[in-house]
Design a protein around this ligand. Structure first.
Ligand code: IVH
Length: 669
């Protein structure tokens, strides 16, 4: 390769790698697999070695990616958080073993551990108490996510026992169990939020949430793998981890002490298939020299320890032919490209289709029709195309071009700045959007209208009987009975079920409307604050964003929805059909002096009952919580306050406010 070509390739690689770093660490939306990322980084390293004149301090090859975000305070790591050198090959692992034997003359023990695929965390304990938890950040400085980490049950807040160093750092991986991940994504899809790509991204994203209560609801777990400090209990890694398990940390059962590299290979091959039975994703095995003095002798390179290496499993992959790409339009108008493949067996099931995510992904892969493509099933449920085998490329095959008009209604597609997806803006007349909204409206968690499935909705739509959700309430027996497959009995059932749905509570009606970004939880929150639909229709962006948990994106979507004359007309018709558009039994919000505050009530009160205080908190924009945490704003304290709450509040320095002070705050004399 000529020098000028090398320079051009190096520049391209650096740009691409930085882009992938940003997607992985900041956006939590990686486009490529770790394997492909490693290939890019490897190529860059090789070129920089061959052409040292182009080495630059700012090259992504010189640093570990950074996850620092501006919302958190940053702290320096007492011990830098390095990464591990990676390999996918048995041969390189043998070379690692030989290098170690060259430096160390005594016998060597290795510790094998699963390589957990989550977000790394470094937690400092002082005098037996959790002091601070920091993300990896750029390896030297990370984000302080202590409040979020405190919600994770497998991380002890206080530890007791013998031989605990007065100060130590413990590192591990924050994980989201696959089951929790699947449930979370189902909810996100329903709420029109982008689903997380895999449990790793979901764990990393959750760790960076600003509200620890949401973190707590996501059941994160933490597997620890590294103990650091001046006065560690043992002179070897294995015993230190087992000791930490005794203090209450979670250490993987799979950890194993090996006497030579052959035993390491046995561990690797056993866990290659067995890892699928674990509740968490693992992507390889970490092999570490056990003795701390041997570790010290081996030392570090600029980026990683010489005494450890990660052997990574390749995600299961198959090669097959790309037959065509179809474009699907969802309920919100988002267009998703789907690859239709020649059926191929992958991890025990036949794969015929794979997701292509969006236009960027198609461009990145530079896909052509009839290409032989690599399909991978990683942590994700839906297989994806991760690359093209260019040796099979026939130059006559057409490049896949993202469509510019909606395949369902012919409207020109749009793509908003900063969003990855193309949208069909024909909200009112695009058939899958109309049908999707109706399907959402009747679904169990919305209006719960049984007897109406996807097929019946198709039938009603194709016969011009239903064009929007309010049409459902005008349906009559004589219109339904003649339709094919619908007898008198099912027609009667459908009508009965539609009639019954008028009793659905207001918050579920709000959810059923299918406003973008308004999922079940948001619908409940806004129904509590805007007690009638007219209050909500008249709400301005600012009033909406003042509500805890409602950000600018949700607020803008609500305002846009109610600015549409057709939506207002539809609501008018739903109102006259008797649908509940208010929470009449509830009192209205009276003030906002407690906006954004989390308040715990404890003790016996004289002026008002506990229930009344709860109402007052809500009516003044606050939230009532039952347990004291770092997130509690204050405690409304009556007589005989609970002892454990008092201790916790003292420990966290949370203010306690009396009944009379509280009533003053909310302006109630
Ligand atoms: S040890 C200096 N052990 O992999 C050694 N890391 O690529 C520090 N990881 O940032 C790492 N499982 O987030 C170690 N059993 C394990 C691990 C593990 C997952 C992650 C960790 C680290 C990354 C290195």
């Amino acid at each position: 390769m000529k020098q000028s070509e090398a320079k051009a390739r190096i520049d391209t690689l650096r740009r691409e790698i930085e882009e992938h770093n940003n997607r992985y660490y900041i956006l939590n939306q990686p486009l490529i697999s770790d394997f492909e990322y490693d290939i890019l980084l490897n190529e860059l390293n090789t070129l920089e070695r061959k052409f040292p004149e182009f080495i630059s301090e700012n090259s992504p090859s010189r640093r570990v990616g950074s996850d620092i975000t501006k919302e958190f305070e940053q702290y320096e790591h007492t011990y830098p958080m390095l990464s591990l050198s990676n390999t996918y090959s048995e041969e390189e692992l043998r070379e690692f073993d030989s290098r170690i034997h060259k430096t160390i003359s005594q016998s060597i023990e290795y510790v094998c551990e699963s390589k957990f695929d989550g977000a790394s965390i470094s937690i400092t304990y002082k005098n037996g108490s959790l002091f601070r938890a920091i993300t990896r950040g750029d390896g030297n400085i990370g984000d302080d996510v202590t409040l979020n980490v405190r919600t994770i049950r497998s991380i002890p807040l206080i530890i007791t026992g013998k031989g605990i160093p007065s100060e130590f750092v413990i590192r591990g991986e924050i994980l989201m169990p696959r089951k929790v991940f699947n449930r979370l994504n189902e909810e996100r899809i329903k709420a029109e939020l982008t689903p997380f790509a895999n449990p790793r991204n979901a764990a990393a994203g959750t760790l960076k949430l600003l509200d620890p209560r949401i973190v707590a609801s996501r059941f994160l777990d933490c597997m620890v793998y590294f103990l650091l400090g001046e006065e560690l209990p043992h002179d070897n890694h294995y015993d230190n981890l087992i000791e930490a398990a005794g203090w209450g940390f979670r250490v993987a059962d799979s950890i194993r002490l090996c006497n030579n590299i052959e035993e390491v290979f046995q561990f690797i091959s056993y866990w290659e298939s067995e890892r699928k039975n674990l509740p968490y994703d693992t992507d390889g095995v970490v092999i570490k020299v056990n003795s701390l003095s041997q570790q010290q002798e081996l030392g570090f390179t600029a980026k990683s320890p010489r005494w450890a290496i990660a052997y990574k499993y390749k995600a299961e992959e198959a090669t097959t032919r790309l037959l065509s790409v179809t474009f699907q339009v969802g309920r919100t108008g988002a267009v998703t490209p789907v690859a239709n493949l020649e059926p191929v067996l992958l991890s025990g099931s036949t794969v015929k289709r794979a997701t292509l995510h969006n236009a960027d992904q198609i461009d990145l892969l530079d896909l052509h029709l009839n290409d032989m493509v690599y399909v991978e099933k990683g942590g994700e449920i839906i297989p994806k195309i991760v690359g093209v085998d260019h040796s099979y490329r026939n130059e006559h095959n057409k490049k896949i071009i993202f469509i510019s008009i909606c395949p369902e209604c012919g409207t020109a597609l749009i793509k908003n700045e900063g969003e990855a997806n193309h949208f069909c803006p024909n909200y009112l007349h695009c058939p899958p959007q109309i049908k999707g909204r109706i399907e959402h409206f009747i679904s169990r968690k919305a209006m719960n209208i049984d007897g109406l499935g996807e097929e019946t909705i198709d039938l009603l739509f194709n016969n011009n009987l239903v064009r929007n959700i309010s049409d459902l309430y005008d349906l009559r027996m004589e219109q339904l009975v003649p339709l094919e497959r619908l007898g008198e009995k099912s027609a009667a059932n459908i009508l009965k079920s539609i009639r019954k749905s008028v009793d659905t509570p207001y918050h579920r009606v709000l959810f059923a409307l299918g406003i973008r970004h308004v999922g079940e939880t948001v619908a409940k929150t806004i129904s509590g604050r805007f007690r009638t639909i007219d209050d909500l229709i008249n709400a301005e962006i600012e009033q909406l964003t003042n509500v805890y948990e409602i950000g600018p994106k949700i607020a803008a979507s609500i305002v846009a929805y109610f600015s549409d004359a057709d939506n207002l007309e539809m609501i008018k018709r739903l109102k006259s059909a008797g649908i509940r558009f208010s929470d009449e039994n509830e009192t209205k919000q009276t003030g906002n002096s407690l906006e954004g505050k989390m308040i715990v009530i404890s003790g016996v009160f004289h002026e008002h009952s506990r229930e009344e205080y709860k109402k007052m908190i809500e009516n003044n924009g606050g939230k009532n919580s039952t347990s004291v945490s770092g997130n509690t704003s204050f405690i409304l304290t009556g007589e005989n306050m609970g002892q454990s709450k008092k201790e916790k509040a003292d420990e966290l320095g949370i203010p306690m406010i009396s009944e009379s002070e509280f009533l003053k705050i909310i302006g109630n004399k």
